[in-house]
Design a protein around this ligand. Structure first.
Ligand code: FES
Length: 376
């Protein structure tokens, strides 16, 4: 990877990672990934979902806890996700009826009385948190729920909102790149949240071993249509300049929560008083399916007009439209990668955040004895 342009004069990139040459980006396995929204995982019907290359059958046991088993029966590999959930919290294979508990151990073989002790399917750690079911498909000894990324706004009474899932036709790191640099809004989302000041304004990048933060403030500007509407939901008739912020916070392996908003210009938002503005968190968490497709779970949470279902619905629909534009761009980008397998990526100063994310992921892959530039 080559740095192809220097930072515009106003930008204050604090530091830059070393360039990396990977273009087909593998995913770590020792990591918590979201497999599903909490409501998708039930005790009535198994859910088939592939996480980091592992096809899983997801369901709830008799205590209501989520369970994740390999989606292949011990006997002849029939998909357990097409089977039945029994009232006792177990799952029955759809082919010859073998039954498994949430730990993956076979508890019943209809055609014989004795159970072969080797009759087990792999089970994976699964935790319900922040309205999602998270799974760990790597070394189970390393699965520490305390390492689940912080997405507390999703389940806090101080925030309201909703979201959706996109099945994105691209490698997961293309989505992380997209979210770590929001100057693309000026070009991809010009009718909603884009504006010239995005690429003209200062930004700062900071990082540690598991997180990267990119902060950008734009002062005394016109609010773009999306934000003007939201200001008027909270402050009817609002008309005037705003201070706008975007604070992008990445957490390993694939979660990016973006603190976004605008406030009436000069009312103290940069110093911490956001009372004269509207504030949202764009909650994104990306789960690789394979090297060229990803589950993209997103939600928009706000801390104003908490009881308004109208605003929740309008925001979800608005963000849906914005993200559809990203989805189309990411698919086209993946197709171009396929058509240009030898072309290396180049990085600009705006890519500083995304490059630090790549560095963290490369280090995680190295810890698993793998390379960040490995190919299919
Ligand atoms: Fe599952 Fe035969 S394949 S019981």
């Amino acid at each position: 990877m080559t740095i192809a342009a220097s930072a515009p004069a106003q930008q204050t990139v604090q530091s830059s990672p070393q360039p990396a040459a990977a273009k087909i980006f593998p995913y770590p396995l020792d990591a918590w990934y979201v497999a599903a929204w909490d409501h998708e995982v039930t005790a009535k019907t198994p859910l088939a979902r592939t996480v980091a290359g592992k096809p899983l059958a997801l369901f709830r046991d008799q205590d209501g806890q989520p369970a994740a088993l390999a989606d292949a029966c011990w006997h002849r590999l029939a998909p357990l996700s097409q089977g039945k959930l029994l009232g006792n919290g177990e799952i029955q294979c759809p082919y010859h009826g073998l039954q498994y508990n949430a730990a993956g151990r076979c508890t019943h073989m209809p055609a014989q009385e004795t159970i072969n002790p080797s009759a087990v399917v792999p089970s994976y750690p699964a935790v319900e948190r922040y309205r999602y079911v998270w799974v760990w498909v790597g070394d189970p000894e390393k699965a520490d729920p305390d390492q689940i990324p912080d997405m507390h706004q999703m389940s806090s009474s101080e925030w309201a909102g909703d979201g959706e899932t996109i099945t994105a036709d691209c490698n997961y790191q293309l989505i992380l790149d997209n979210l770590m640099d929001l100057t693309h809004e000026e070009f991809v989302h010009s009718s909603s949240i884009g504006q010239d000041e995005l690429s003209e304004s200062d930004f700062d990048t900071s990082h540690d071993g598991q997180t990267v933060t990119v902060s950008r403030w734009m002062y005394d500007i016109d609010a773009p249509p999306f934000w003007l509407k939201n200001m008027r939901d909270k402050f009817p008739g609002f008309d005037g300049k705003v201070d706008r912020w975007q604070i992008i916070h990445y957490q390993y392996p694939g979660t990016i929560c973006i603190d976004v908003g605008v406030a009436a210009a000069g009312t103290g938002a940069p110093e911490g008083d956001r009372s004269q503005g509207v504030n949202g968190f764009v909650m994104n968490t990306i789960t690789p399916i394979d090297l060229e497709t990803s589950h993209y779970f997103w939600a928009f949470m706000r801390n104003y007009c908490l009881d308004s279902q109208r605003i929740t619905t309008q925001l979800r629909q608005g963000v849906h439209g914005v993200f559809k534009e990203d989805e189309d761009m990411l698919r086209a980008q993946q197709e171009a990668i396929r058509a240009n397998p030898d072309h290396e990526f180049y990085s600009l100063s705006i890519d500083a955040g995304g490059m630090w994310v790549r560095r963290i992921l490369d280090e995680a892959l190295a810890a698993e004895g793998r390379s960040g530039s490995e190919k299919k």
